[in-house]
Design a protein around this ligand. Structure first.
Ligand SMILES: [Zn+2]
Length: 304
């Protein structure tokens, strides 16, 4: 089975704390390694977590507030210093190039030339190996100066289960005829649908980025295996909600419940809050929600 794992490199938001780094989440699926956001200090978190500076295939940015992007120049400088010549695609909402250009003098021309900027439109999908894809989900944050995205990472559906016993009972023998049925051909009057069940869903994860509670995440996260949602605020901070376009732990829990997600992980935790408080609020609406620590890893398992 292909591995699909999420590692939380930075679970804090806005400012780092001794316990929590700034947003950076590593997704490893088969041989594909993707990073969502690259807060200050991310390369060191990668070293600690992975035992080395993992060669990423792409970086997705949710928006351009400094807590999500300041790790980029250092990370790319290190790649350049150790001789990486494979360009690194950076995806994000508009205006991506204008924001990356701010790093040009910091990085120097050599390092900057490693970047390949791909501005995404809301709903646009990027395909990786083996039917694995990442889709930009528009969210509500930073509306004054551009777009902000969450991302939906998804495997394609898997073929339905092949019922060997039923095939045999219908007179089809193991061997090439099984292959023909699985390839969609009728064999001796037996149709593929007679012996192959419905398609089975691949694994899916949605990461919200920074956002006020929004329907677009409810829709994108419908029945996903894992929703990683920001919980920068608690209900007692409600005065800040309008100003900052963030979510409370209760908002995140309501969204997870409405979307019927299988697991909810809360991140972008403020220094002002303790995990216990965040969990207490979330559990009112979504029992079993978790607040991962930096370096925690969740393995997504295939069902059925
Ligand atoms: Zn943030």
């Amino acid at each position: 089975m292909t591995d699909f794992a999420v590692t939380f490199l930075g679970t804090g938001g806005t400012s780092p704390s001794p316990q929590r780094g700034l947003p950076a989440t590593l997704f490893k699926r088969g041989g594909t390694k993707l990073l969502v956001d690259c807060g200050e200090g991310t390369q060191r978190q990668l070293w600690i977590s992975e035992g080395g500076l993992t060669d990423l295939d792409a970086i997705f940015l949710t928006h351009y507030h400094s807590d999500h992007i300041l790790g980029l120049p250092g990370l790319l400088n290190s790649y350049q210093l150790r001789g990486r010549d494979r360009p690194i695609p950076i995806y994000g909402p508009k205006p991506l190039m204008r924001n990356l250009n701010r790093f040009r003098t910091l990085m120097g021309g050599h390092t900057f030339s490693l970047l390949r900027a791909h501005e995404l439109a809301p709903g646009e999908r990027v395909d990786f190996a083996d039917g694995f894809s990442v889709m930009a989900v528009p969210v509500q944050h930073n509306r004054g100066s551009g777009h902000a995205f969450g991302y939906r990472l998804a495997e394609q559906n898997r073929p339905g289960r092949f019922d060997v016993e039923k095939a045999k009972s219908l007179g089809v023998h193991p061997g090439p005829d099984f292959g023909k049925l699985q390839a969609g051909h009728t064999v001796r009057g037996v149709k593929p649908d007679d012996v192959i069940g419905p398609e089975r869903p691949g694994r899916t994860v949605v990461i919200s980025g920074d956002t006020a509670p929004t329907k677009s995440i409810v829709m994108a996260a419908h029945e996903v295996d894992l929703l990683i949602h920001e919980a920068s605020l608690l209900t007692l901070d409600r005065d800040w909600k309008e100003k900052t376009e963030h979510s409370t732990a209760l908002d995140a829990a309501r969204i997870a419940r409405e979307a019927r997600v299988k697991k909810l992980a809360l991140y972008h935790i403020s220094q002002r809050h303790r995990a216990k408080q965040v969990l207490k609020e979330a559990w009112n609406n979504y029992m079993g929600a978790i607040v991962p620590n930096d370096f925690d890893r969740i393995d997504l398992h295939l069902e059925g």
